[in-house]
Design a protein around this ligand. Structure first.
Ligand SMILES: C[S@@+](CC[C@H](N)C(=O)[O-])C[C@H]1O[C@@H](n2cnc3c(N)ncnc32)[C@H](O)[C@@H]1O
Length: 256
């Protein structure tokens, strides 16, 4: 699963290197250009979905930091995401949580930055919550993570958030139920994705949130990509049939 962080990095770095790229991210572009890794051979052509998802998450982080510049941002399953350099400020604490092998790679490949704390642990382990500072509402983001959990693990994760992070704003994305797989999608002859067991629609998600004591959630509108598919068809399809495509969801954990 950690290797999937290279797929999304590849998409963002390739986009950032284009003169007409939607994402300004010189660090991601440099990583993709300099890492000795056969991105193209292994993953095929990069697609725009990770790019428009990153734009969407960036918008949420920017808005939260504008309202609470001294808050804690926790990025769960952060991989080699360089969002901190795109939208971070100098005052918020940024807690990067990932599995040990990916945390080690992140430490090696990305420049150090003050107030960025790397936590080497599973997002399912409650330990990372102790890094949230008392004060402004924290922001907890999980980009491209929850589809790698089982439905029971997602339920446990939501209960963990509800118990340990009252008042936090949370953002994560989902894949639809029809796209979930216990074997992994074949990307090309050389590469099969790892299993993505958890997929959901809008109603099932709201039920799961309700069971964890989280009352309401908002499905974010998609950002527009480039070209006919990502610029027009995909955003239109997400408006017409939101539960049948990936969703980005945001909500605030109630304070009891
Ligand atoms: C598709 S990548 C997404 C990386 C990054 N968020 C992005 O959008 O580029 C999935 C990431 O989730 C991490 N991951 C998988 N299971 C995890 C877990 N239980 N706890 C923390 N991170 C996990 C992987 O190591 C990997 O970095």
């Amino acid at each position: 699963v950690p290797e999937t962080a290279l797929i999304t990095l590849y998409a963002r770095g390739t986009e950032a290197a284009r003169p007409d790229g939607l994402l300004r991210d010189p660090l991601a572009a440099r990583l993709v250009a300099t890492l000795d890794f056969p991105f193209r051979e292994r993953f095929g052509r990069p697609d725009q979905h990770p790019v428009i998802r990153a734009l969407q998450f960036d918008r949420i982080v920017r808005a939260h930091l504008a309202a609470y510049p001294d808050c804690t941002v926790v990025a769960l399953g952060e991989g080699l995401e360089t969002q901190l350099w795109r939208v971070g400020n100098e005052t918020a604490a940024w807690v990067s949580v990932d599995l040990p092998e990916m945390s080690a790679l992140r430490r090696r490949l990305l420049p150090g930055r003050s107030r960025n704390y790397l936590v080497s642990s599973s997002a399912l382990d409650p330990g990372w919550t102790s890094h949230i500072a008392v004060g402004p509402p924290p922001l907890i983001i999980a980009q491209g993570l929850l589809m790698y959990f089982t439905c029971a693990q997602v339920g446990g994760f939501l209960r963990l958030l509800a118990d340990r992070c009252p008042g936090a704003r949370v953002v994560f994305d989902t894949i639809p139920a029809w796209a979930a797989t216990n074997t992994g999608h074949r990307q090309n002859a050389a590469y099969r994705m790892p299993p993505q067991p958890w997929g959901t629609g809008r109603r099932a998600l709201l039920r799961l949130l309700g069971e964890a004591g989280i009352g309401s959630a908002r499905i974010m509108p998609e950002e527009k990509g480039r070209g006919v598919i990502w610029g027009h068809l995909y955003p239109a399809a997400t408006r017409i049939a939101p539960g049948l495509l990936p969703m980005t969801v945001t909500f605030t954990i109630p304070i009891h």
